[in-house]
Design a protein around this ligand. Sequence first.
Ligand SMILES: Cc1ncc(COP(=O)(O)O)c(C=O)c1O
Length: 328
Amino acid sequence: MKTTDVGGTVMDEPKTREATAKAAVDSRSTASKGAVKESMIYIDGKFYTQANAKVSVFDHGLLYGDGIFEGIRFYNGRVFRLEEHLDRLWDSARSICLEIPMSKHEMTEALLETIRQNDLRDGYIRQIVTRGVGNLGLNPAHCERPSVIIIVATVALYPESAYKNGLTVITCATRRTNSAALNPAVKSLNYLNNVMARIEANLAGADEALMLNDTGNVAECTADNVFVIKRGQIFTPPISAGALRGITRSVVFEIAAELGLKVTETDITRHDVFIADECFLTGTAAEVIPVIKVDGRPIGTGKPGPISARMIARFRELTRESGTEIYS
Ligand SMILES: Cc1ncc(COP(=O)(O)O)c(C=O)c1O
C-alpha cells in the first residue's frame, strides 16, 4: 500500500529480500524453473526486484547529484580490481565529506552477494552512494543517512568490431570541469559535464568526445582516459590535467611495464593527438579500445596500431585470469 509523507521518507512497501545467502539460493532456483529472471538490486541492505527498486524523491543524489559512484566489471566469475575501485569510492566519499555507512569488507560482501543474486559470471556493477534523504534545501546536514545502491547488469559498450576497427573521436567544446569548481578526480553523481560532451559526440556522429581542460590541454574522454603513442613511447595526461585516476589506466601502466614500454604522464595537446602513431582509450566499460580518427584526421595509418593491439590482448588475459572470486 502506498503511503507518503512530507519528508518523503516513506515509499511503497516493496517486495524485498534480506541480503542473505538463502535469498541467493531462492533466486537461482527461480531461474532454473525457466521463469524470466528479474534483476535484483541492492538498496541499503535489502534486495529488490527491478520494478520495486526505488529511492525517495527527496534523496539528495537525485535532487543535487550529491553522491558518488563506481563502475566495476566482473569477468569469468571474478571481480576485476575490486580493491582499487573500493579505494577510489572511499576517496571520493572523503573528498565530499560523505560517510559511507558500512566498512569496505561489508561493501565487498554486499557487492558479491548482489552478483550472486543475479546469477551472473560476466557483467558490470554500478555502485552508488547517495547523500540520502533530506529536505528540498541543498544543505547535506539535513540528510540523515547515505544510501548504498548496487546494480548488476550485463554490458557490452561497443561491439567486437570496434575493438578491431577502432573508434572515431571529436574534440568537443565542453571543457572538463575546472578542479577548483568540481574536481574531476571525484567520481560524483554530478556527471552533467560529461553528459554535455557525450551529446556533442552524438550530434557529430562520433563514437566519443575528447575533452580539453581550461588551458586547452587534453583531459580525457567522456568516460575514458586517453593514451597516445609516438615512436614506441606511450603518453597520457596527468591527473592534474583533469583526468580521472582510471583503474584501467593503471592496468595499462602495469602492462606497459611488462612489455618494456615507457609511459609518461604529461600534458598533451590536440596537436600531439593528431600526430600520434596510435591512440587508445581506457575505461571499465570500454576496456582498452583503439581510436583511428580524431576531428577527421586519421591517427597513424588510420588503422589500430600494433601496440594498442598488444595492450588489448594482454588486458583481456588479465581480466580472465585475475580478480576477487564471486562464487568460491
Ligand atoms: C570521466 C571518466 N574518466 C575515465 C574513466 C575510466 O576510469 P576506469 O578505468 O576506472 O573505469 C571513467 C570511468 O570510470 C570516467 O567516468
